[in-house]
Design a protein around this ligand. Sequence first.
Ligand code: LLP
Length: 412
Amino acid sequence: MVDYLNLAKTYQTPLYVYDLAHITDKFCAIKDAFRARKSLICYALKANSNLSIIHHLATLGSGADCVSIGEVKRALKAGIPKYKIIFSGVGKSDSEIAQAIESDILFLNVESEAELKRIEHLAQSAKKPARISVRVNPNIDPKTHPYISTGLHENKFGVDIEQAKSMYIFAKNSPHLEAVGIHFHIGSQLTELEPLKQAAQKIAELAHSLLALKIDLKFFDVGGGIGIRYSDESLIDPYQYAQAILGALYGLDLTIICEPGRFLVGESGVLLTSVLYEKHNGKKRFVIVDAAMNDLMRPALYNATHKIECVYRASQDTKESLCDVVGPICESSDFLAKDISLPPLCAGDVLMIKNAGAYGMSMASNYNTRLKPAEVAHIGGDVRLIKHRESIEDLIKDEALLLQEHRSKGAQ
Ligand code: LLP
């Protein structure tokens, strides 16, 4: 059992705490679900890009799905081999594309005709053919929060089936491009299997027609998106998920690539926070804590629910009442939970915000010049600090230097 109170005392709060054994279990569950085929699990770094988390997944055999060259560099630094790294994203810059080609990663997921032409040009300049895969937008409603839905034509992601076909033909005719895969990703926090199944079938049909055109695909990249239970959502079973995809792939000899983020790390993490004050505005009760929307943005951004439990309370009084748990930031959207039932709390009590391992720290900001939390990971009773708490010096060092340079130039 993890002694969360001791962790809060030792490392202070707000503090992210991750359970590496849980991540191992999740990785094995998804890898095992695809055991009937060759598969590569490419962890979506955007969910949690701490080097130690990536390294842990690398030791399990994971690849990486990256959305910036920064993430590609993190993946390489954390020990993910280049041949297991893919680079996706709707707006890659020339410099990012050139570096990705230079790094010799597995492939780039291409999201527009214009981007394909840029990649061709940059591959020609590098004298190195670029391996690519096209992200196809199947126009299927994934039935998730609109901000994290990506598989409809109204979303900016991917290209429609006809455009995809002409991009593959363009790639086939170019000596600088090698089309090795086909890709879709319809959304995140998916709780229904049917949209994924329909998307896989649609994209598999396209793969058949491309193979008939002698376009030699090797990878079928099904993106990420498997949801987790924040409150009472229904869940997609990894085995049924894999079966749905394998069913669509009948007759296609392709290696499956899957890009889970939240599924692997979401439930592994909690955010510990200390109570600062309680207050009442009229009848409304607020519990003010030392974590805020800059530390965990999901409630403010998506109205997301994260369950909150007490780790330590000084009071013996157990009579619960409704309250909002809010942070110190000057925004009314700075809440971590609304209308939840908690017992009386006072300064120094410690709360745990659950299921915060994905899109928690990776989306944290310094708004209001707040310092980002520290992160610790534990496995088999061993606890490690995997990110120091930021200091004000860390935060302002580049600004301070620039100011000095301007001043000294002005003085000359
Ligand atoms: N692959 C691609 C191409 C993606 O865009 C994403 C997530 C993933 C994989 C991983 O999806 P996952 O397995 O984690 O659902 N900030 C939001 C989630 C944004 C997801 C963006 N793309 C949140 O906190 O819910």
